[in-house]
Write a protein that binds this ligand. Structure first.
Ligand code: SF4
Length: 353
């Protein structure tokens, strides 16, 4: 079986190449092809000898060359692009590129599927299939870097907010982020990375122990215990006040403000009383709130609050001096399919069997 080379640390690559009789500097050349020029085919690595290229081809695989783009959705404003990638084992994952005025940002998945069963999310429909590897997480960034390279552009921000709960795949997620941070890889600053959790307290504590200035986002979505448990069953194991306490410790030790994601669901969590209670929980915390009007799911009774309600909710938070914004609606026309592309793909495959 071929050894996966994508995401291999430099010293491991040097060792693997030395065993094949390669000179030490070849590892740096290969890094340059893979991570700067986004060339994933050994045959195109023209500063290596023919025999070396053939040997590399025989011994190693490069994941971005082995994934296929099954579907692509482009938003009508041209700023958001979503890809459904099929991995060599047949699993599929979604990855999204967003073009902001400050650069390109990619939202990556951390697991194929998710076991957290949040009520508003399609990713959890069939549970978690498996954790993604470091190479699979990196590949989600590099399929876009490869497309941007001819324009001399590259991804400068990464958010781990796609399918899966990153804290349940901690080593691979943070391994991939540390790899992307390296100057000879993607050179992405830790400050331009965000990990979003549904509230796994031990994961937040491990993240704190790492001591890296990566931003933390917490999916909160409700501050009434019963409603939060209904929307996010993880609340049974990790009640949200404990999550907020852990996130606050993280904010204090990292110096990074925590972002609380709050999906606004009409007549469920969008009242004045909800806003007051949310402000109460976050008072004097290193916290910001990102309000997200829900993508309507009528069969679950989830509807978009009207504009006035959203503004009123926002103004209550602001009155309490909580930094709050309403999420900029990027690619709204394709956001509606968040997690659903993968679900539809899984269903198709299942039906074909
Ligand atoms: S919202 Fe996140 S944690 Fe919840 S089911 Fe979806 S992917 Fe999993």
């Amino acid at each position: 079986m071929k050894k996966e080379i994508f995401g291999l640390p430099m010293h491991e690559l040097q060792t693997a190449l030395a065993e094949l009789g390669f000179k030490k500097f070849r590892a740096k050349q290969i890094y340059d092809w893979l991570y700067r020029k986004c060339i994933f085919d050994f045959a195109q690595m023209t500063n290596l000898g023919k025999a070396e290229r053939e040997l590399l081809q025989e011994r190693f695989s490069v994941l971005p060359a082995a994934v296929s783009i099954v579907r692509r959705l482009d938003s009508s404003d041209g700023l958001t692009h979503k890809l459904l990638l099929e991995l060599p084992d047949g699993n599929a994952i979604e990855t999204v590129l967003m073009h902001h005025d400050y650069g390109y940002s990619v939202c990556v998945s951390s697991q194929a599927g998710c076991d957290m069963h949040c009520a508003f999310c399609a990713s959890g429909l069939n549970g978690a299939v498996r954790n993604l590897t470091v190479a699979e997480i990196l590949t989600q960034v590099y399929v876009f870097n490869a497309q941007l390279y001819p324009q001399q552009e590259r991804v400068s921000r990464v958010v781990v907010m796609g399918s899966g709960e990153p804290m349940l795949n901690f080593d691979a997620v943070f391994g991939a982020l540390q790899f992307l941070h390296q100057t000879d890889v993607a050179n992405i600053s830790y400050r331009n990375m965000t990990v979003s959790t549904c509230g796994i307290v031990p994961g937040i504590e491990r993240m704190q122990a790492l001591g890296l200035p990566i931003s933390l986002a917490v999916s909160l979505h409700a501050v009434k215990p019963d409603l939060r448990t209904e929307l996010m069953p993880v609340n049974k194991g990790y009640p949200f006040p404990d999550v907020i306490a852990a996130a606050e410790r993280y904010a204090r030790s990292s110096g990074r403000q925590v972002t609380y994601e709050y999906i606004l669901l009409r007549d469920m969590n969008d009242s004045d009383a909800d806003a007051e209670l949310l402000a109460e929980y976050l008072r004097y915390k290193e916290a910001g709130v990102n309000l997200i009007p829900v993508n309507p799911i009528p069969e679950k009774g989830f509807y978009w609050p009207d504009k006035k309600r959203i503004e009123r909710f926002l103004s209550i938070l602001q009155r309490h001096r909580i930094h709050a914004t309403v999420r900029k609606e990027m690619g709204k026309d394709i956001n509606a399919a968040c997690g659903q592309l993968r679900a539809a793909f899984a269903e198709e495959k299942y039906c074909r069997k």
